[in-house]
Design a binder for this molecule. Structure first.
Ligand SMILES: NC(=O)c1ccc[n+]([C@@H]2O[C@H](COP(=O)([O-])OP(=O)(O)OC[C@H]3O[C@@H](n4cnc5c(N)ncnc54)[C@H](OP(=O)(O)O)[C@@H]3O)[C@@H](O)[C@H]2O)c1
Length: 341
């Protein structure tokens, strides 16, 4: 199928494009006619993507300013222009309560999730966009809007990225539009630990009946990057299958219509207590298999896995011997959203 968005002749940089949402964005941009410069740390993986899409690749970490400068130079050398930048690469580490967070790992999260987006925008602006115009799309998260257990560094950094998006939109207008897309739970390696054992139940709890696919997000990114969105800047486009508009369970509504049993929160269970029996069985904690969860997921210990996610806010989590000291009551009395993310 050809893309409805004409980007022929345009050139794009996409970070974190070796798999998941970034890969889908690079594919969708190519379908719309753009040439792509893709980046990720795994040189083989990102090289294969570039070869398949007829683009160029550079391996490296977005945490390294020299890598971002080199990516900009490569795109200008190969394409002679940079019309679009998609800041997609991110880390969901470190997990855990903020009172215990290692300051270096906290800083590293902000370097990857926030500072890299600013630096790449700076390089693209000074190298091309400042004079010729363009569009930047930052990939944030639906979760940046609310509080969840053990995902404080990720959520705070993504909230900062959201603000950076708006700040840049104001500073770079009218020549450069800057917007963000905020995905809900998407079926990628980064969020595998959330969806792998309960994808169908999680999907059934969403108004649109399934969890996200990378291409759902990619189409939104490409639309915002295209001229179809020429009068939109500083906007955040939620692509979450209706996560934010899930009906709240009333007294006669079984919780299964709202969220999967293993992912009920204490608040949800209180509301439906007379109707449904909450499962006390915690999901089996397990370490993601090597290579299956990407560098972020593979850093997770079994305990970190068990201590995170919506399940962590449930009574079952609070009663779990290993987690008793870690999991507290919901902070705001609302359903926790999926942290995969
Ligand atoms: N999946 C979800 O449910 C979800 C929900 C909300 C928001 N998001 C956001 O969507 C974006 C993409 O996530 P995803 O789910 O597609 O994750 P993913 O499948 O794990 O892909 C992440 C991509 O980023 C690259 N990457 C990671 N760290 C990097 C670094 N320091 N420097 C350069 N590249 C790096 C990875 O390749 P290498 O490992 O080779 O570097 C990979 O290409 C992220 O911004 C994430 O926060 C995801």
């Amino acid at each position: 199928m050809t893309s409805p968005y004409g980007l022929r002749g345009r050139a794009a940089i996409v970070t974190g494009a070796s798999r998941g949402i970034g890969l889908a964005v690079a594919e969708e941009l190519c379908r719309a006619g753009a040439r792509v410069c893709v980046t990720a740390r795994d040189a083989d993986a990102v090289g294969r993507v570039a070869e398949r899409l007829g683009g160029v690749a550079l391996a490296g970490s977005v945490a390294d300013p020299a890598h971002l400068r080199a990516v900009t130079e490569l795109a200008l050398r190969e394409f002679g222009r940079i019309d679009l930048v998609v800041n997609n690469a991110a880390t969901n580490q470190p997990y855990g309560p903020l009172m215990d967070v290692d300051p270096d790992r906290w800083r590293a999260a902000f370097t990857v999730n926030v500072e890299a987006a600013l630096r790449l925008a700076q390089y693209a602006w000074h190298g091309w966009m400042g004079e010729h115009g363009g569009a930047i799309v930052n990939v944030c998260t639906e979760g940046a809007d609310h509080v969840g257990p053990h995902v404080g560094a990720y959520g705070t950094s993504k909230a900062a990225l959201l603000h950076l998006t708006r700040q840049l939109a104001g500073e770079l207008a009218p020549g450069v539009r800057v917007n963000s897309v905020s995905p809900g739970l998407v079926r990628t390696e980064m969020a595998r630990f959330v969806w792998e054992d309960s994808e169908d139940e999680l999907g059934a709890g969403l108004p649109l009946g399934r969890i996200g696919r990378p291409e759902d997000v990619a189409r939104a990114v490409v639309w915002l990057a295209s001229d179809a969105a020429e009068w939109i800047t500083g906007a955040d486009l939620l692509v979450d299958g209706g996560t934010r508009v899930r009906p709240r369970a009333g007294p006669a509504t079984p919780c299964t219509t709202v969220c999967a049993p293993a992912h009920r929160t204490a608040a949800a269970e209180t509301r439906v207590g007379a109707v449904s029996t909450p499962s006390q069985a915690p999901p089996s904690p397990r370490r993601p298999s090597p290579g299956s969860g990407g560098p972020e997921a593979s850093e997770m210990t079994a305990e970190a896995f068990a201590g995170n996610g919506p399940w962590a806010a449930s009574p079952a989590a609070r009663d779990h011997p290993r987690l008793r000291a870690r999991a507290g009551p919901p902070l705001d009395g609302r359903d926790y959203h999926l942290p995969g993310a």
